[in-house]
Design a protein around this ligand. Structure first.
Ligand SMILES: NC(=O)C1=CN([C@@H]2O[C@H](COP(=O)(O)OP(=O)(O)OC[C@H]3O[C@@H](n4cnc5c(N)ncnc54)[C@H](O)[C@@H]3O)[C@@H](O)[C@H]2O)C=CC1
Ligand SMILES: O=C(O)[C@@H]1CCC=N1
Length: 282
């Protein structure tokens, strides 16, 4: 099996990246994936047609998958990243680029579990990557060269927007683009509930809300689209939308969203500290 990429922990996020790469034409024979449970392995293998191994069947599945891979993408929960890194450390080639998608796991925390000098790239992707409409913020590790960064940027370019940021900004990126799809889905949910409260039946309210958020997303996707200008084009002076926006402003919706993003960032910093504390206590 030729292995360009090994996805270690193929759940929502790594699954979305894998799906996005496949949709962009990445050969499925160049991919190997691992999951924790056998049932998920069969499901992913049949959905994507890639080789999948389950950790509960083969305890060294992550090491098997990482051996000989040009790029390894770690996509387990933050608390599991160090253990996976330790599992693969003995088999990594010095040229293998280790990419992490985990929120809150710092480059330092990842590098200390890997062989000295291993190229690492920390990323913060989001799930629309599956459709080529994602955002990937990334930061280079201590031993990642410009070539390593360029290689990962090129590989992930089919997933959507790829931006390099200083590592200190990854938690902020996580709070905006990493978690952001959930905020947009939450808005769709809230709009559907509002429609029901206005007397629409639940199914119709959901269809109206969903298609409206989708349509607005498409408009935002046009080159040079500006959310303020787009909003103003809907908001007729003395019309109906103006009253809705007035209430959103009076109730402080922008500040609520900013507080939410701040809470997401604070949780990221807290998880980073918890990971250090757990390691010191181990
Ligand atoms: N879900 C999202 O939108 C985003 C998630 N992330 C990050 O992605 C990472 C994964 O999150 P999700 O995909 O949401 O979680 P998830 O629970 O859907 O995926 C985790 C996967 O890891 C697998 N796994 C667990 N232990 C394993 C082991 N020892 N060996 C092999 N596979 C193992 C599980 O079977 C599961 O498929 C997290 O670190 C999170 O911070 C980052 C950006 C966005
Ligand atoms: O909720 C989380 O922790 C992950 C990171 C960003 C999106 N999902």
């Amino acid at each position: 099996m030729s292995k360009q990429i090994a996805f270690l922990g193929t759940g929502s996020m790594n699954g979305a990246i894998m799906g996005g790469l496949l949709a962009a034409g990445f050969p499925k024979t160049d991919i190997v994936a691992t999951v924790r449970r056998r049932e998920s392995a069969s499901e992913i293998a049949s959905r994507y047609g890639v080789a999948v191994m389950a950790w509960d069947e083969e305890e060294d599945s992550n090491a098997q998958a990482a051996r000989g891979a040009a790029t390894v993408v770690i996509g387990v929960k933050p608390v599991g990243v160090a253990a996976v890194a330790r599992e693969i450390a003995p088999v990594l080639s010095p040229s293998t680029v280790v990419v992490s998608v985990a929120a809150a796991v710092s480059i330092e925390q990842l590098e200390r579990e890997l062989p000295e000098g291993q190229p690492v790239i920390r990323t913060m992707p989001n799930t629309p990557a599956r459709l080529g409409k994602g955002v990937v913020a990334l930061s280079a590790g201590t031993h990642a060269t410009r070539e390593h960064v360029a290689k990962v940027q090129k590989m992930f370019s089919g997933l959507g927007l790829v931006v390099e940021v200083p590592e200190a900004q990854i938690a902020a990126a996580s709070a905006i683009s990493g978690s952001g799809p959930a905020y947009a889905f939450y808005l769709a949910e809230a709009m559907a509930k509002a429609g029901e409260a206005l007397g629409l039946d639940a199914g119709l309210a959901l269809r109206l809300a969903r298609e409206t958020v989708v349509g607005a997303g498409y408009m935002l996707d046009e080159p040079g689209a500006d959310p303020v200008a787009l909003r103003k084009a809907v908001t007729s002076p003395k019309g109906t939308t103006e009253q809705a926006i007035r209430v959103f402003d009076e109730r402080g919706l922008p500040a609520i969203i900013a507080d939410g993003a701040r809470a997401a960032l604070a949780r990221s910093e807290q998880i980073t500290r918890e990971l250090d504390a757990a390691r010191e206590g181990a």
